[in-house]
Write a protein of this length. Structure first.
Length: 546
């Protein structure tokens, strides 16, 4: 158990750091070959240092950038609705006032995400997922006026993690370097005397700061103060063993999604790690080819040890040699030829592109495909990418929205009014649920939509032979389910109770119309009979007169 004491915190940090050591060289190789501008995990980087000199082929880097862009476009696209807030009780969720509240809260959450730095930082997280396999996103409230959320994609070298019994990350130790000035801006006089003195002398000096966030073992859940929240949060000066602040969170502030996690491991494995051998091989082959091309274009020369007065090896240059000698400058021939051809290079590039789901995540060109071909293509893509999408929904998107809701529901505007609308009385205390309506989420449910369309279509076909078979279909339920799968806003549907009332009203109006029609028909019959009788009477009178 971790105690909120400097000694206990540093001991646990040392344990987690020892567990992480075996990953660091692997991560560093990945960064060297794919992300040369990223800060190294091992060693230091100097300002202006060019760390791309080890890269001779950009296939892996381009594939990673494409993967991050595709994930951002198909999971958290800023220009489209990619989630909707819902509640578990579907009967309540269908009520009109509840639907309006859910849509308004969803709209507000999207607005505050748009106003924050979320979409910048989520792209960095997707880059980490594709390269290292573990992403870290820190979510806290913002001090900026009108902006209530702040996101920070943390570098893997800062992070040490632990899991709970279910394999979910619930402990994060983050070691970050901050200048004394930054520390004072954030915590002021809560710093130790030594750092306050440094602030007066040299505020630009960097110092290590530790943030420890872990479940609070001993707390009173009935109390809602910082010291009794579910997760303990401690900011500490590592060198001084000085606790700057101790507070807490009701929801875990660090999101730690893993691309793929092997049994018994805490950190994730990425597409890059699965083809790291191919990336190395391709890089080495390109280096060899480039050296060979350079050798062929500018070969070493054999020059006699005497006889030349001057040498000019530039294009069009003139070299003067002693008259009467047969010595000449000739290229040095080694007799070696490079056996690497374009097919070997393309095989490695295709292998890397496949690992990064370049084909599966690209936009499908529907112009030359039938609807059935498009569905088949999407189903195949989801079969391959589906498990990863499911993990990202569980470890990233769900925790993200719940964390954001937790922050926003306690936030107020400049007038001290809540920024989120108050929920209707009937759903206060109800559990929230999320519905994902991103392109990938909708593609994942295409099989269900296809099955519904097939069942309804088959019912109507068979109904032409035997109409009674349509009694087995609940068309209303099928339609509402289809709308849900397609991700349409929930407020476009009329509540079921309102539908029933409208149908009852329509049926009553039709009954009245039929009754009036029937009454009018009887009146017409009576009038016709009366006229007929009158005509007959006139005929008899005329007949009698004759």
């Amino acid at each position: 158990m971790i105690k909120a004491e400097p000694v206990s915190i540093k001991e646990r940090l040392d344990q987690l750091a020892a567990e992480r050591t075996q990953w660091e060289s692997l991560w560093q190789d990945t960064i060297d070959l794919m992300l040369p501008n990223r800060s190294p995990i091992i060693g230091e980087v100097y300002p202006g240092e060019d760390r791309s000199v080890k890269i001779f082929d950009s296939t892996a880097n381009k594939s990673l950038l494409r993967l991050a862009a595709n994930l951002n476009d198909m999971l958290t696209n800023q220009s489209s609705h990619w989630f909707q807030l819902n509640i578990e009780d579907q009967a309540l969720a269908s009520e009109q006032n509840v639907q309006k509240w859910l849509m308004e809260v969803t709209r507000k959450v999207r607005k505050y995400l748009d106003d924050s730095n979320f979409y910048d930082q989520i792209h960095e997280l997707y880059m980490d997922l594709g390269s290292i396999g573990t992403g870290i996103l820190f979510i806290e409230d913002s001090d900026d006026e009108g902006k209530y959320l702040n996101f920070k994609a943390c570098h893997i070298k800062e992070i040490f993690i632990d899991e709970d019994k279910y394999g979910k990350v619930d402990t994060v130790f983050r070691e970050v370097v901050m200048s004394v000035r930054q520390c004072y801006q954030r915590w002021g006089d809560k710093l130790s005397d030594k750092l306050l003195d440094k602030y007066e002398q040299d505020a630009t000096e960097d110092v290590p700061i530790l943030h420890a966030c872990f479940p609070r073992e001993e707390r009173d859940p009935e109390k809602k103060d910082n010291q009794n929240m579910k997760y303990c949060s401690i900011w500490m000066e590592k060198e001084q063993d000085h606790i700057i602040t101790e507070s807490g969170y009701e929801t875990f502030p660090y999101l730690v999604p893993r691309w793929l996690k092997s049994s018994g491991e805490k950190f994730g494995r990425s597409p890059a790690l699965s083809v790291l051998a191919d990336i190395r091989t391709l890089n080495d082959m390109m280096e060899t080819l480039l050296r060979a091309a350079q050798f062929a274009a500018d070969p070493p020369l054999q020059i006699p040890d005497d006889g030349y007065m001057s040498l000019d090896l530039e294009p069009g240059g003139h070299s003067v040699y002693r008259s009467g000698t047969n010595d000449r400058i000739v290229p040095l021939e080694t007799g070696k030829r490079v056996g690497i051809n374009s097919e070997l290079l393309q095989q490695s590039r295709d292998s890397i592109a496949d690992a990064f789901f370049t084909t599966q995540l690209q936009v499908i060109d529907k112009s030359e495909m039938t609807a059935e071909e498009v569905r088949a293509r999407m189903q195949e893509n989801m079969r391959i990418i589906g498990p990863t999408v499911g993990r990202l929904q569980n470890e990233l998107l769900s925790d993200l929205i719940y964390r954001v809701l937790n922050i926003l529901q306690y936030s107020v505007d400049s007038n001290n009014d809540p920024i989120l609308p108050i929920p209707p009385t009937e759903i206060q205390g109800e559990e929230y649920s999320l519905k994902y309506v991103s392109p990938l989420a909708k593609a994942k449910r295409q099989n269900e939509l296809q099955a519904i369309n097939g069942a309804v279509g088959t019912g109507f076909q068979w109904g032409e032979v035997k109409p009674e078979v349509l009694d087995n279909l609940d068309i209303d339920s099928a339609y509402r389910r289809a709308v849900d799968i397609m991700g349409a806003p929930i407020d476009i549907l009329v509540p079921e109770d309102a539908v029933k009332k409208e149908r009852a009203k329509r049926a009553q109006q039709m009954a009245q119309a039929n009754q009036m029609a029937a009454g009018q028909g009887q009146a017409d019959i009576a009038e016709t009979a009366s006229k007929a009788e009158k005509n007959m009477s006139e005929v008899r009178i005329n007949k009698d007169e004759r």
